[in-house]
Each structure stands twice: as structure tokens, then as C-alpha cells.
Design a protein around this ligand. Structure first.
Ligand SMILES: [Zn+2]
Length: 120
């Protein structure tokens, strides 16, 4: 079997990782700002609605932050797999992950079927 050409995937993954890092930085900045203004306004009754809204936004940022961290982890796993030659193989069943899937989800570590089973 000819070796898979992973240069394109590597490029995509590296770019994706850089973007995720930027997103993460922005969200961390947002969180810091929210934390600071919430600490300031916590005793101000007039602004309680605003503070509640900020708290919701902060929670959303926190879950986004978590998702981005998970994605960075997946991207790193994929990049490591490219290095050791296991990229594009499903980590559950060992089958080749179709190119079409890798084009859409370059950090996929499972085939669609195993992913679906995992998410259940
Ligand atoms: Zn599989």
C-alpha cells in the first residue's frame, strides 16, 4: 500500500492549531475582563441583570474554552499520528478513515461509525 501523503493534512492541522490558540487567548482575555468587572459590580443592585448576563456569557466562554482545549488536544494527537505514521487509521477499529472525512475533520481519530458509537 502506498504511503499516504499527509503534507496537506499537516498544513491544515498546523493552521487550525494556530487559529485555536488565538481563539483560546481571546477567550481567556474575555474571561479575565468579565471576572474583573463582575467583582467590581457585585454589590451594585442596579446592575444585577447585567451581572447575570455577564455570568451567562462567562459560562459560555468557559465551555467554549473547554471545547477549544479538547480540539487542540485532538489536533496534537493527529499531528503526532502523522509523525509516527498512524494518521488516518481509526483508533478503535484500525480501519482506514476515508479521505473525505479527513478533509472535513483533519483531526479525526476515529471512523464515522466508531465516532458515532463513542458519542452514544
Ligand atoms: Zn472505526
Amino acid at each position: 500500500m502506498p504511503a499516504r501523503d499527509n503534507s496537506k493534512s499537516k498544513e491544515t492541522l498546523t493552521a487550525l492549531r494556530a487559529r485555536l490558540e488565538r481563539d483560546l487567548e481571546r477567550i481567556e482575555q474575555d474571561l479575565e475582563n468579565a471576572q474583573a468587572s463582575m467583582a467590581q459590580d457585585i454589590n451594585n443592585e442596579d446592575r444585577s441583570a447585567e451581572i447575570a448576563a455577564m455570568a451567562i456569557e462567562r459560562d459560555m466562554d468557559l465551555s467554549t474554552e473547554e471545547k477549544i482545549r479538547e480540539m487542540i488536544e485532538s489536533v496534537d494527537t493527529a499531528l503526532a499520528a502523522i509523525e509516527d505514521g498512524s494518521y488516518g487509521l481509526c483508533e478503535s477499529c484500525g480501519e482506514t478513515i476515508p479521505d473525505g472525512r479527513l478533509e472535513i475533520v483533519p483531526y479525526a481519530t476515529r471512523c464515522v461509525e466508531c465516532q458515532r458509537r463513542q458519542e452514544k
